[in-house]
Design a protein around this ligand. Sequence first.
Ligand code: IMP
Length: 225
Amino acid sequence: MNNLTTLVIATRNSGKTKEIEDLLKDFPVKIKNLKDFGPIPRIEEDGDSFDENAYKKASFASRVLGLPALADDSGLMVEALSGAPGVLSARYGGENATDEDRCGKLLSEMKGESNRKAAFECVISVAVPTGRALTYEGRCEGIIAEKPSGRNGFGYDPLFYYPPLGRTFAEMSMEEKSSVSHRGKALFELKSEFNKVLIWISQNMPGPDKFKVMPGCEKIDVKIL
Ligand code: IMP
């Protein structure tokens, strides 16, 4: 008997998929990501909040595939910049900018600014095809450093100084960062409740007769590879 629940991680990033697969390895769940299926339209991450974007990605993947799906969205909010780059964190400085360009832009926006408070936020959404969803959140507060330090991590890590450990995220090992980061905290919340999540999924998955394909997705030929 196969009593594993399939959970689709709404990403094409294998690093992200592996991280979640490792985290949930002791639970009766089979992890897949979007690459395991046939062509699926890309969804625009144009929400006004991390919440909205995470829900949009998870619920869309779930409706299109008819399976429970998980998505996350995260970014950096800087107090002196009224919360920027926020939901635009990945696109700050333009679509073709590199992480280094984005850090450079942030440093120049912060030039002469004495309030350097910032926070990373992460929202995880777990959705079923009806559109119902569960949400997990994590936040980590820090300071925008005067110059980049460290070579680990990605994105704004070299500029995000975390006072309790006296280092930037880029100066931490992956384990150290995960123990305090926004994403680490949201994932920890998810893991500690994951037995309940599995029950919630089984109670909320619509039967095949009740499954309604999202308008516009009728023609998508979904193949499980
Ligand atoms: P995503 O939602 O995880 O794809 O993150 C969106 C963007 O936020 C990334 O492209 C990064 O620029 C920034 N970001 C999110 N999490 C982190 C982090 O842990 N370190 C540095 N930058 C991050």
